[in-house]
Design a protein around this ligand. Structure first.
Ligand SMILES: O=C(O)CCC(=O)C(=O)O
Ligand SMILES: [Fe+2]
Length: 314
């Protein structure tokens, strides 16, 4: 794979050798500054769990539309559940996406104050347990495991930014992170058609598992599309817009898209976001007199709401 998207083995971060931690942090920092994309191996999410989730996802997407619509995203106002091909357009200048998705977030009970106040994105998930037994436990557990992996990556990123190792950790309490499964139907007659339009991710950090079909591409510095080949036991990690804002563009939020290879494809991004009230403003380490802050501070909730509305209604 091109060094533009390096493969970084993070297994030593789970051991005690601080020098190895720093070496991993340095490689991650380089990748975030260069392409904003890298792949990780050596994480603690088991292959067995990934395979099970993928099998559940395939089963769900193969169900009749009427069944899938029973957990439609239109049933609630918090962007959770199933959406069909036409609903989300990431490159909203052009309506080209062809995919179906299921989204879940951090579960809050109905009596949680933020749910009572009807705050955006807050509430409980719509799991298709009535269609596929065992779904809720599998997906809620995976969500927690991905949150733990995100925290490990944030320790690495904090070290790379020369911040205190746990700098980011508390910011992800009851977070706005979303776990999504995406199905791109294989369109044999339309090979190389773009099925997920060119876009940058809205949030902080995306941790994505793709199956072995391929089709994900990242835009290079000289405007070429670079393939991101699948790695069976790895994740693709990329920087989103809020992290670019937080780091004053030290870390790059890079455009990417998905092409139809002619076969069905499943991908599973975990969009890591902080608590809704988290203020995103230039980190002190990322600006100085020559390089003043480029972006006005934003509250995480407001920023995401603006981007979600554009993608769903644009
Ligand atoms: O399906 C993929 O591989 C990428 C999806 C993506 O970029 C997104 O949903 O933001
Ligand atoms: Fe994306």
């Amino acid at each position: 794979m091109q060094e533009y998207i390096p493969v970084i083995d993070i297994s030593d971060i789970y051991q005690s050798d601080k020098n190895r931690h720093l070496q991993i942090a340095q490689r991650v920092d380089e990748a975030c500054r260069h392409s904003g994309f890298f792949c990780i191996t050596g994480h603690h999410i088991s292959q067995k769990d990934i395979q099970r989730i993928k099998a559940f996802a395939r089963h769900f997407f193969s169900l009749p539309m009427e069944d899938k619509q029973s957990v439609s995203i239109l049933n609630n106002q918090i962007y959770r559940g199933y959406s069909s091909h036409e609903m989300e357009q990431l490159d909203y200048q052009r309506s080209i996406d062809y995919k179906e998705i299921f989204d879940m977030g951090y579960h809050l009970d109905a009596d949680h104050p933020e749910v009572q106040r009807k705050e955006p994105f807050r509430g409980s998930n719509q799991h298709p347990e009535h269609l596929i037994a065992g779904w809720t436990k599998l997906f809620e557990t995976h969500y927690q495991n991905m949150t733990e992996l995100a925290k490990v990556l944030f320790r690495i990123i904090a070290l790379g930014l020369k911040l205190e190792e746990n700098f980011f950790n508390d910011m992800f309490f009851e977070s706005l992170s979303t776990f999504r499964i995406i199905h791109y139907p294989g369109l044999p007659e339309q090979r190389n058609r773009v099925v997920c339009g060119a876009h940058t991710d809205y949030g902080i950090l995306t941790i994505l598992h793709q199956d072995d079909v391929g089709g994900l591409q990242v835009r290079s510095k000289d405007n070429q599309w670079v393939d991101v080949p699948p790695i069976t036991d790895g994740f693709v990690v990329n920087i989103g817009d809020m992290m670019a804002m937080w780091t004053n563009d030290r870390y790059k939020s890079t455009s990417h898209r998905v092409l139809n290879i002619g076969q069905d494809r499943i991908s599973m991004p975990f969009f890591t976001e902080p608590h809704p009230s988290q203020l995103i403003q230039c980190l002190p380490q990322c600006s100085d007199e020559q390089n003043p802050p480029k972006y006005p501070p934003v509250i995480c909730r407001d920023w995401l709401l603006k981007r979600f509305k554009a993608a769903y209604n644009g």
